[in-house]
Design a protein around this ligand. Structure first.
Ligand code: PLP
Length: 361
């Protein structure tokens, strides 16, 4: 159960037309989770395929032809005292709305987003598709803890001319997941590719942004790294982010620095949560330009952040063949503290004083 497509049977769909959004919950083929766990490889794959196939979706669409789509990623986390809670869904609702507006799609109401996400988790749990809390996770900072990954996304109406999507669908699928990055030393590399350009769509969680990210990540993994880090397009000098995560550096001066948001960086919800947690601890946090040269000379610790990644320490960063190792190759103190605080709040072992968790009743 790594980060793989293991979709639960109940899927939400809302279709937009002149009359507004028409919603439904589709129950795809399933057995009980226990019976499904006993299925052999081919049978399990056939079942997953039957859940992932829809007869009534247009084949030729602005999404399949031009990548015109946006998505979200959030998690429902099993709580120490039982049940599930979703981490800051109102932030994802707001960002999804912003993404849809940015792609000239009709906005999806934020309250509808939150209800759809909660209901999809709840209806699947009612069929037994859920995850439950294991105290053993506490020993290892929840690094391999399970959760339910929630993936809302848009899908366009049929069409072949280069165009915007006026009548998109919003779908929500969920899948149980554990760790995002595969095991191995978390070394990262600066890619020569450019993820986002000024005046482009880098600030939108757009599917099309992921073409370049996927190529760069593939190249990084082939070369033995777990992630690629992008530099800015204009000067090829300032750190931006990873393929699907933001990045932080803890500098020798005691400052926690992360690249400032602009139109080329995705405004991560984990990023803003970490900034808040660090400031609460009295750590000086700055959102500013960080040159690769500064990282090489000044960075003591480094980690990437995202819903799937949590806060994952990077042991090293390689640029133009030169490897910079952080904190002698060990997980840094500040990184570990922020990671553990975030995970602790998410799994309900540290009090949620900020109201970040929304219970799924
Ligand atoms: C989704 C995403 C992130 C992380 O955002 P979170 O809200 O923290 O999950 C960072 N960078 C990119 C490019 C992303 O798509």
């Amino acid at each position: 159960m790594a980060f793989s497509l293991n979709s639960c049977p109940v899927i939400y769909r809302a279709r937009y037309s002149q009359e507004g959004w028409k919603e439904e919950y589709l129950e795809k083929p399933h057995n009980t989770p226990e019976e499904e766990a006993r299925l052999g490889g081919d049978e399990a794959a056939a079942l997953m395929n039957s859940r992932n196939f829809f007869d009534d979706m247009p084949l030729v669409s602005y999404t399949t032809q031009y990548g015109l789509s946006c998505f979200e990623g959030l998690k429902a986390l099993p709580q120490k005292d039982g049940g599930l809670a979703i981490f800051r869904p109102e932030r994802n609702a707001a960002r999804f709305n912003m993404s849809m507006k940015g792609l000239y799609m009709p906005p999806f109401p934020e309250d509808r987003f939150i209800t759809a996400v909660k209901e999809t988790v709840k209806r699947n749990a009612a069929l037994g598709f859920s995850v439950s809390y294991k105290p053993e996770w506490e020993k290892n900072s929840f690094i391999n803890a399970d959760s339910i990954y929630i993936r809302p996304f848009t899908y366009s109406e049929g069409g072949i001319g280069v165009n915007i999507s006026r009548e998109p669908w919003v779908m929500v699928v969920i899948s149980p997941v554990s760790a995002y990055f595969s095991a191995g030393t978390p070394d990262a590399v600066i890619t020569e590719r450019i993820r986002a350009t000024p005046k482009g769509t880098g600030w939108i969680k757009a599917a099309s942004n992921y073409t370049i990210a996927a190529l760069a990540k593939h190249e990084a993994v082939e070369a033995g790294f777990i992630e690629c880090i992008f530099l800015d397009a204009a000067e090829r000098k300032y750190i931006e982010e990873g393929s699907s995560c933001n990045i932080f550096f803890y500098l020798k001066s005691g400052e926690l620095a992360t690249p400032e948001l602009g139109d080329t960086i995705l405004p991560g919800i984990t990023r803003s949560s970490i900034i808040e947690l660090a400031r609460d601890r009295g750590i000086k946090v700055s959102e500013r330009q960080i040159a690769i040269d500064e990282v090489i000379a000044e960075a003591k610790e480094c980690f990437v952040s995202g819903t799937a990644a949590g806060a994952t320490p990077l042991v090293s960063l390689t640029w133009q063949g030169k490897k910079t190792v952080f904190n002698n190759g060990k997980v840094g103190e500040i990184t570990a503290e922020l990671r553990d605080t975030l995970k602790g709040i998410q799994y309900g072992i540290i009090p949620d004083t900020k109201g970040w968790l929304v219970r799924v009743e």
